[in-house]
Design a protein around this ligand. Structure first.
Ligand code: ZN
Length: 158
């Protein structure tokens, strides 16, 4: 990766950290979950306004390091208006990307937008959990919702 790209990624991360996109009240939320990353001390509260299987809006309140806040902000930006299924797919790609896996097949036709900036995080293993916090917190919340509604067949999946 070139230094130029590194700088670009850092600028994107810092912009999300300074101006977190999902940091707002969401009084109409009907799904909520909290997450904690003990290795860094990041805390997150996420609220979702679901309409059927569509995420109408999301609020992300993260008190943590720059990476955790920026990642939560990017999440808020990309998941709004998408279906639960789409969002779980994106979360899977983000996880793979942070682990440094090849994601070219999964991202086929998918626009990751600013999420590309998280690529650089896999060089700092201690930071991967920070970047993952919002995604795992969201996945837990959405999976519990799917189970509630019995609209998933994969009941054995944990
Ligand atoms: Zn952190």
């Amino acid at each position: 990766m070139s230094d130029k790209l590194d700088n670009l990624y850092r600028d994107i991360l810092m912009d999300h950290y300074k101006f977190p996109r999902g940091n707002k009240p969401l009084p109409m939320a009907n799904l909520e979950n909290e997450g904690h990353n003990p290795s860094c001390g990041d805390d997150i509260v996420m609220r979702f306004k679901l309409d059927g299987d569509k995420i109408e809006d999301v609020s992300v309140d993260c008190m943590g390091c720059a990476i955790s806040v920026a990642s939560g902000s990017m999440l808020a930006e990309i998941v709004k208006g998408k279906s639960v299924e789409e969002v779980l797919k994106i979360a899977k790609v983000v996880k793979a990307m942070l682990k440094g896996e090849d994601i070219s097949t999964e991202t086929n036709g998918m626009d990751l937008g600013d999420l590309e900036a998280l690529r650089g995080v896999n060089k700092f293993p201690v930071r991967i959990k920070c970047a993952l916090l919002s995604w795992t917190t969201m996945m837990d919340a959405l999976k519990s919702k799917l189970n509630d509604n019995n609209i998933t067949n994969s009941t054995t999946e944990q």
